[in-house]
Design a protein around this ligand. Structure first.
Ligand SMILES: [Zn+2]
Length: 298
C-alpha cells in the first residue's frame, strides 16, 4: 500500500520513466500505457476485478489514486478495508504471475483469491472461545453489509442416495432461508456438488436476490465453473450453472474450507433423514424453525 501510494511500484510506466528500455504497454489489456492508475483503476480487466468483489467498488473516473486510497482507508468497516487492500495486493500479485509465469489473468479468480485470503485472515486473527465439544467448528465469516452468503453442500450416501443442504445468511449472520433436499440416484461426488451449485443458483434467482457470495467446499466444481478444469460427467450441469449465474446481479462463487461450510454440510446430512424441506424467515424465532436448527448456526 505504501509503495502504491508513493507511486513507486515497478509498473511498466514507472520503469520507462526510469529509462528502463521495455514495452510499456499494459500486459493485461494491451491497450494503454501501464501506469499505476491504469493498472489499479482504469484497465478493463481490473474494472472486472472490482465488479466481482463483494465491495461493489466502482473505480472513480478521476485518476487521483491517493485520494481514492485515503477514502477507502477511512471507511468504518474493517472487513471492507481489509478486502480493499488485499484486492490491490492480489491485483499486483496476479499481474506479476501473468508477466513472469505466463498465466492468464482471470479477474474473477483475483477477486475470489482476495476474499478467500481475508476470510482466512479474519478467522486466524479472531480469538476463538474454548470449544465445548457441543458446537460444530465454524469458521464461517458473515458477508459485508448489503450482501448475502449462500452456502451449499452435497452428500452422497452409499445406497444410491444424494442429499443437499443450503443456507442463506446476511451480514449479521442471520439465517434468512434454509433448505434440504434428497433424491434417490447414484451420482459421483462432483456431479452431486455441481447439482448443488445449480440448486443454489436457482433458489437465488427464484428469491430474486442479488449481491450474493456463493460458498461451497467442492473446489473441482468451482474450477469447472471457472473453466480451469473440464469434467465430462458434470459439463452439462456447469453449463446450466453459468446460464443461471449470468442472470444474477453482483454475485461471485468461492471455494471455502469444510469448516466454513459446516452449516450447509449439516443440513445435507440432516436431509438423509428429514428429506426435502424449506424454511423461510428469521431463524432466531424458534417458533418457526425446527429444534434441530438450535446450535446449527453458531
Ligand atoms: Zn490494461
Amino acid at each position: 500500500m505504501w509503495r502504491l501510494a508513493k507511486n513507486i511500484l515497478p509498473t511498466r510506466g514507472n520503469l520507462l520513466r526510469r529509462r528502463v528500455p521495455l514495452d510499456p504497454v499494459c500486459p493485461l489489456c494491451f491497450n494503454d500505457l501501464e501506469s499505476t492508475e491504469h493498472l489499479f483503476l482504469h484497465c478493463p480487466l481490473i474494472k472486472q476485478v472490482w465488479l466481482a468483489s463483494p465491495l461493489g467498488v466502482r473505480p472513480p473516473p478521476h485518476s487521483d489514486l491517493v485520494l481514492w486510497l485515503t477514502q477507502w482507508l477511512n471507511c468504518k468497516e474493517s472487513f471492507a478495508i481489509q478486502l480493499f487492500c488485499t484486492t490491490l495486493w492480489k491485483i499486483w500479485f496476479f499481474r506479476n504471475q501473468t508477466i513472469f509465469k505466463n498465466l492468464d489473468f482471470d479477474p474473477i479468480r483475483v477477486s475470489c483469491a482476495a476474499q478467500k485470503f481475508v476470510s482466512e485472515f479474519s478467522v486466524s486473527s479472531t480469538p476463538r472461545e474454548q470449544s465445548t465439544g457441543q458446537q460444530p467448528r465454524c469458521d464461517w465469516v458473515a458477508p459485508p453489509p448489503d450482501f448475502f452468503k449462500l452456502n451449499v453442500d452435497a452428500g452422497c450416501g452409499s445406497m444410491g442416495q444424494v442429499s443437499w443442504g443450503l443456507v442463506i445468511r446476511n451480514h449479521n449472520a442471520e439465517v434468512l432461508f434454509a433448505a434440504t433436499k434428497k433424491t434417490e440416484f447414484v451420482a459421483e461426488v462432483v456431479v452431486a456438488e455441481a447439482l448443488g451449485l445449480r440448486w443454489g443458483l436457482q433458489i437465488a434467482r427464484d428469491l430474486n436476490l442479488s449481491n450474493i457470495i456463493f460458498e461451497m467446499d467442492a473446489s473441482l466444481v468451482v474450477d469447472c465453473f471457472k473453466d480451469l478444469l473440464s469434467l465430462s460427467s458434470n459439463d452439462h450441469f456447469i453449463v446450466d450453472c453459468k446460464e443461471l449465474f449470468s442472470s444474477l446481479v453482483n454475485c461471485s462463487i468461492c471455494v471455502v474450507s469444510r469448516s466454513c461450510n459446516s452449516a450447509a454440510h449439516r443440513l445435507a446430512q440432516a436431509a438423509k433423514t428429514i428429506g426435502s424441506r424449506t424454511w423461510v424467515g428469521d431463524a432466531s424465532n424458534p417458533m418457526e424453525w425446527p429444534s434441530f436448527f438450535i446450535g446449527l448456526f453458531p
